[in-house]
Structures are given as C-alpha cells and as structure tokens.
Design a protein around this ligand. Structure first.
Ligand code: ADP
Ligand code: MG
Length: 787
C-alpha cells in the first residue's frame, strides 16, 4: 500500500574484489529480501548498486547494514540525519517544510513529522551540507539543530542561562495571546476610532509571526495553515470586522499554545530516553582516575561505576559484580545479576556493587543511541493510514479554498443577475470561514500523534518498532511462526553427551568440534567452546578454513584435515554413512536433545548430544496469543523431528515442522501467508533472515545483545522474553482504534463546519475553535496510548 518509491545508485566496495561473482549474487538477493525494497541490482564493473525502495518501509541505514552483513561496504556519500525542529507549532507546516527540504538539490528523501517535531533527511553529502538543510528548515521560522551529543551539549548550555530574548522566543504563543487579550480588553470600553486602533494593533502584534510563516510557505509553494489564517485575518480586517480579526488571532495563539503543551508530552517520551546517558564518566588514565564527558569515551577506556549510578557506556565488566536494572533498554525492571565478562549498556542503572568496565562502543554507537536513532527513523516514516490521509489532505485544502473563492463571488453575482441586492458582505464572511476550515490540521495529525506515542511507549517497554507500517500490521496478524532455538528455548546449549566412534578419544573430538565452531555464530557453537574449556583447559585449536552450511552445519580444515559437523542431513549431503549409529542417534534425540555428528571423509567420528531449556514464560504467552485471536501458531526448526516434538509439547504448541532448511522455512512462511493473510515470524535473527524478511512482520528476540538481530528485525524485542508479544498486539490494536476515532472525529467536525459555513453561517472565532480545538482533542486522545 505504499505510494512512494525512491531509486538510488550507490557506490559499493565488494568483499573480495570486483570479480567476486558469488558475493554479487548474495548481495543482490540480500538487498531484495529487505522489506520495502522493490528491486536491486549490482554492477560489479562500476562497483555500484542500484536499489529501488519505499522509504516509508525500508531505510537507507537498513540497506547499508544488510550490505555490511554480506561484507560489502557502501562507500556511500549518502548521509542520513534526524533534525530537531523547535517551535514547530502548526501541524501542516511540517509538510511545507518537508516540501522545501525535498526540493533542495542533493536531498534524496525527507520525512517531517509534526508529532515528533523532527525531520529525517537522506542526502548526498557532496551536493548539500547539513547546514544548508538546517537553514532551509529555519527558513520556515522553526529553529533546527542536528540531533546528537553535540546538540544536546549546546542545549544544556542554553538552558543554564536563559536570556530574555530566548524566553520570549520560547513563549511566543503565550506572549502573543496575552498581548491580544489585554489589548482587546482595553479596547472594549473605548470610543470607536481608538478601539479600532487597539484592535488593529492586537491583530498585527499577535499575528505577524503567523503571517511571516505564511509568506515562507507561499515561497515554498505550499498552502498551509499559516497562509490560510493570514488570508482570513486580512480579509476580516479589510471589511472592517476588527473584533473578529483580533479574536481569530488570539484564539489561534491560544490553541497552538495548548497544542504545543500536549505535544510536548508526546515528544518527551523520546527525549526522556535520550537524557538517560550520564554526562560524565570516571575513567582510568594511567594511575589516575579522571572525570571526562561521557560522549568523549572511546573503545577500550576503563570506566568506574559506583553503586546506584547510571552506566555511562556500553561495555564489558572486567571487575565487580552487581544487579543491574536494564529497563531503559529491555523494558524489564527486574535487575539482572552481572559479573566479569558480562555486557552492560549505557543508560542502565547499576545496583549495589561497584564496577569497572571496559567500553566496547563509542558514545555515538551505544545500544541506547542506536535504539534512539531507529525510533527517530521509524517516526519519520509514514504508515499506510497516514499516507492515505496525506493524500486526502493535499486534495482537500485546494478544494475548500476554491469553494471559498466560489462562495465569495458566485452567489452575490447570481443575486445581482436575479435583480436582488447583492449580500457581498455576508458571502465574503462565509468565504473567510471556509478558508479557516480549509486547514486539514486535525486530520493530518490524527494518525502521526497516535503512531509516535505508541512507538515511544513501546520503546520504553523494550520493544523497538521500526515504523508505523509495522505497528499497524502487528494488530492484524492472524498467524505466528516461531523459530525454535533461541526463541522458544533459551538458546544456551550444553554438551550433555559425547560419544567417540572412531580412533579419536572424547577430548580430541571435542577439541576439533570446538575449533570448527569457534568460527560459527550458531547458538550451538558456544556449547562446544564451554565443553572444550572444561575438558582441555586453555588449550584450543585454530581452524584453517571455515564454511557454514545454513540449517545443516559447517565444514572446516583443522590441523590439515577436512572435517564436517552437523545434523543427519549434513551427513547425507556429504555421503557420510550413519547407518551403524542409527540407534544411538535416535535414543539421544528421544529425550528432546539436539544431536550433532562430527565426521571426516565418509567416516563418522563422534556424536554429541546438546541440551537446551525451553523458556518458562513461553507456554503462558502462547496461550494468551491464542486468546487474542491468533488463529495459527507453529514452530519451525532445522532440528530433528524428535527434538522438535519434545520442545513443541513443553511450550504448548500443537503444530511444528522439523528438519527445515532456511529456504523451506521461507516457503512455509509464504504458504501460511496464503492461508491466513498476515503472518508474523519470530526468530533470534541470526540464521532466519530470509523467513523474517518474507513474513508480514519479522520480530526478533533478545536484540539487546546482538547487532544483527536488531538490524534485521521489523520489530525487535530488546529483552529476552516473548511475553512482550501480547502487549505489542494490544498496543497495535489500541492505536488502530484511536486512529480511527481521530480520523472520524476530525472529518465529521470538518464536514459539520463546512455545512454550517455554507448555510446558517459560521463566526470566524468558532471556525478557529473548531480547528485548533479538534487538533487538541485528537492529540489528547492519542496520549492515552502512553499508559
Ligand atoms: P533452528 O531452526 O533450530 O534455529 P538451524 O536452522 O539454525 O536451527 O539449524 C538446524 C540444525 O542444523 C541444527 O539443529 C543443527 O543440528 C545443525 N547445525 C546448524 N549449524 C550448525 C553448526 N554450526 N554446528 C553443528 N550443527 C549445526
Ligand atoms: Mg535459529
């Protein structure tokens, strides 16, 4: 349901030289698998990729990330930035700003959102600078500054010394409203000509800023609220209706003042997250400990964290133990015990232990910073509902404005022709009222305020939603497919049995298996490392080559000999005969364990049984999701039938498919879509990327620890728990309901006001009240999503 496609040509550095044909094919298929990408091609001779994508679903950063996963670096001069817009208080000005920025040469895409007061831009660094873009935004009377640590620092400095000018600027609406009210009150008892002067002064003083904004919009060839209001006020003043003109200006300021107040609460939910990082960190420098700004930290710095402090950086604990509250990241306020070797995140709260950590990410690249960046990007993208409304709004305003022009001219002319006296004055007033109603304000914000609030509210609970489109879709899901390992189970394997079959003994086969798996990112791999540690101490082997075979196992050279490791399918593919060990195999699988075989040539060398525990909360979640109307829930796994059945039964799933290759998982996703329509796939994001991409919504678990997982998902559950799913579905449905109410309510009042204006007549002040009042109400309605 998307209406926009953006087409880009980007330079790329391919993994191993431009002639690497396999990686070209892999890169293209990876790019085409991203949701929202309509087509991709890679030209290896010119080292460029060409992608066509819908910027409301896919983002440039997602495309870059996906390319990086394949090992291709986009040597791109394309940048993406989110810019904060202060003083943005007219709902449909966002779109005139967006138009003006989009029109700048070098800007590929811009998405402005009134509800978050931000504009997200993708631009060619060589053609246009961020400064030029900011200036284009500022040309519309809003203050713009790039988001980021630097900007936040500036903000702090400004707030410590608020100059009177700043105060006036920040409270312009309040000052304007006060001025207009006082002048109108003073004018009340005075004789007519003095009264007129005061009212005119009120109109001009309170309205010049709006007029200015209107002038800028006209220059950007946009017809926004400022233009319409200014025309109406000038019209009212021109026919000598100064009371009307002044009260329109006063009410307009008041409405915007209240609106800004309500809006600030929406925007605050994101800004709160942003302010979580502490400003200073205590860092070890040689033998001294010095205080440094947290945004100056670099990778490898040793940072000290006292009990009760916020952790200033992403890092690894090297000394100390503590219970850490990770709510800002995972939404889970139950503290988690952490000790040496464990990862900690910037913005989380240290408990009672003192810690020393080694920073593992620069300040701009912490998990928290990336979550924020994703949330901002998500808010800039338009959900299908909003695209429809925007389309409607872009037609609505010109239609009502032409209606106003018609009303001002035709009826009086008809009256004259019919030989009656023309009621010029009355019709002109009706036309002015129509001009005010022509602003689609309440309508255009009805959807984004709800979506921004919902995305913000989800992120505070550790659920990262990558765009309004996905928020919308989640509530419509009819089927959910789960990956087994790491999703339904904890994905923390332990080697529970080792059976040596040939010439090598148990510690030797473990050493070889551990060597191969040291290059694998499969959840099984860690278990071999642990077991090797246990049996062989610090002694470990290095593989000379490694190749993962997705969904089956891996191949590697260790100490000059070729080995394969994996499931029975892998053995069949490599023609290893396993008939002699069939009974041993099935006995181990019976107990729900995953069995892996190590072989060399055609000879099996060992059997390993690995145990993994199902998550405790899963059973209850599956139950709840069924109650929420998810008609079909099933498990998809590459593991063997018997192990699969055991896990499915423990978590209460009645359906499962075992022994699947990644492509087969993808096929099942497609089949399920044909049967149920909207299908969600939930995985750990490591080896299920194709299935996640093919599903209607790809949901990834435990993204806090894994970069890949956070990037491939449409929705990321940062915490390691499925129990957020019912919340997510309810949130999506509630926001859909609120959006429906908002649209219905603002459309109905608009139509009602138009009908009134055309028939009995509509005082201008009531037209303004209708406009700003409804905007305020839809905002307040959306704020209900915060709880
Ligand atoms: P799941 O669907 O449970 O996530 P995968 O598709 O990742 O499983 O893998 C399927 C099966 O392939 C595993 O159960 C395992 O038997 C085998 N396998 C995959 N990768 C490896 C590996 N690196 N080492 C050993 N076995 C592997
Ligand atoms: Mg998996």
């Amino acid at each position: 349901m998307s209406t926009t496609t953006q087409s880009l040509q980007l330079p790329v550095i391919l993994p191993s030289g431009p002639e690497c044909e396999r990686c070209v094919a892999r890169l293209r298929s990876a790019l085409e698998h991203i949701k929202g990408v309509a087509g991709a091609s890679v030209d290896s001779t010119t080292a460029t990729i060409h992608v066509a994508f819908d910027p409301n679903v896919a983002t440039l950063s997602r495309i870059e990330q996906e390319a990086r996963r394949i090992g291709a670096e986009m040597a791109s001069q394309i940048d993406h930035k989110t810019i904060d817009m202060r003083d943005l208080d007219c709902p449909d000005c966002a779109s005139s700003i967006e138009k003006a920025v989009t029109r700048l040469p070098g800007v590929l895409w811009a998405g402005a959102n009134f509800a978050s007061a931000q504009i997200h831009v993708e631009y060619d660094r060589k053609t246009v600078t961020l400064n030029q873009i900011c200036r284009a935004v500022e040309g519309h009377g809003v203050r713009a500054c790039p988001v980021g640590p630097a900007a936040a620092g500036k903000e702090d400095a400004a707030s410590t010394t608020p100059s009177p000018i700043d105060w006036l600027r920040n409270n312009r609406r309040l000052v304007n409203f006060g001025l207009v009210t006082v002048l109108m009150a003073m004018a009340w008892p005075l004789p007519h000509n003095v009264q007129a002067t005061l009212l005119l002064a009120a109109t001009v003083l309170g309205g010049w800023h709006t007029a200015f904004g209107g002038w800028r919009a006209v220059r950007a060839r946009a017809l926004d609220m400022n233009v319409l209001m200014t025309l109406a006020v000038i019209g009212a003043a021109a026919i000598g209706d100064l009371w009307e003109a002044a009260s329109v200006v006063g009410l307009f300021n008041l409405g915007n003042l209240l609106q800004a107040g309500a809006m600030e609460r929406t925007r605050a939910s994101i800004r709160n997250l942003m302010s979580l990082g502490p400003n200073v960190a205590r860092v070890r420098r040689g033998s001294a400990v010095v205080e440094e700004p947290a945004n100056k930290l670099s990778i490898g710095d040793l940072v000290l964290v006292n009990p009760g402090e916020r952790i200033p950086a992403d890092g690894e604990i090297i000394y100390g133990r503590s219970a850490i509250n990770e709510a800002p990241i995972t939404g889970e306020s139950m503290p988690r015990d952490k000790g040496p070797g464990d990862a900690v995140y910037a913005g989380t709260l240290n408990g009672t232990g003192a810690l020393e950590i080694r920073a593992t990410a620069a300040a701009s690249d912490t998990t928290l910073a990336r979550i924020l960046h994703r949330v901002e990007e998500a808010q800039a993208q338009r959900a299908p509902a909003q695209q429809m409304i925007d389309l409607f709004a872009s037609k609505y305003t010109p239609i009502v404005v032409s209606l106003a022009a018609t009303v001002a001219v035709i009826p009086p002319v008809v009256q004259i022709v019919a030989g009656h006296p023309a009621a010029w004055f009355a019709w002109f007033l009706k036309a002015l009222a129509l001009l005010i109603i022509a602003c689609p304000c309440a309508l255009v914000i009805s959807t984004p305020v709800a979506i921004v609030t919902a995305i913000g509210s989800a992120s505070r609970r550790g659920v990262l939603i990558k765009g309004g489109a996905f928020l919308e879709e989640v509530g419509r899901l009819r089927a959910l497919l789960y990956d087994k390992t790491g999703t339904l189970t904890q994905g923390k394997f332990q080697v529970s049995e080792v059976v040596a079959l040939g010439a090598l003994n148990e510690s030797e086969v473990i050493a070889i298996a551990a060597a191969i798996e040291s290059r694998s990112e499969h959840p099984l791999a860690q278990a071999f490392d642990d077991e090797n540690h246990h049996r062989n101490g610090h002694h470990h082997l290095e593989p000379q080559s490694f190749e993962a075979v997705s969904g089956m196992g891996a191949k590697a050279m260790v100490e000059g000999r070729a080995y394969i490791i994996g499931n029975t399918r892998m053995m069949a593919a490599e023609s290893v005969s396993i008939s002699a060990i069939e009974t041993q195999l099935s006995n181990l699988e019976e107990s729900g364990k995953t069995v892996v075989i190590l072989a060399s040539g055609s000879e099996p060398l060992a059997l390993f049984a690995l145990a993994d525990t199902p998550r405790t909360e899963t059973k209850e979640t599956v139950q709840q999701l069924g109650d929420l109307g998810i008609a079909h829930q099933a498990m998809l796994t590459g593991d063997q039938e018997r192990s699969a059945a055991a896990v499915a039964q423990t978590v209460g799933l009645k359906e499962w498919s075992a022994g699947l290759l990644p492509d087969q998982k993808l096929q099942i996703v497609r089949d399920t879509q044909a049967r149920y329509g909207s299908v969600g796939m939930i995985g750990d994001g490591i080896n299920d990327a194709p299935a996640l991409a093919a599903s209607s919504v790809g949901i990834v678990m435990g993204a806090a620890g894994s970069d890949t997982a956070m990037e491939v998902a449409d929705i990321a559950l940062m915490g390691d728990s499925l129990s957020r799913l019912p919340f997510l579905i309810r949130l999506s449905r509630r926001s859909a309901a609120i959006i429906r109410q908002n649209i219905a309510f603002s459309l109905a009042t608009k139509l009602g006001l138009i009908a009134m204006a055309l028939t009995v007549g509509l005082p201008l002040w009531l037209a303004v009240m209708g406009d700003v009042g409804v905007s305020l109400l839809v905002t307040l309605n959306a704020l209900r999503l915060r709880s």
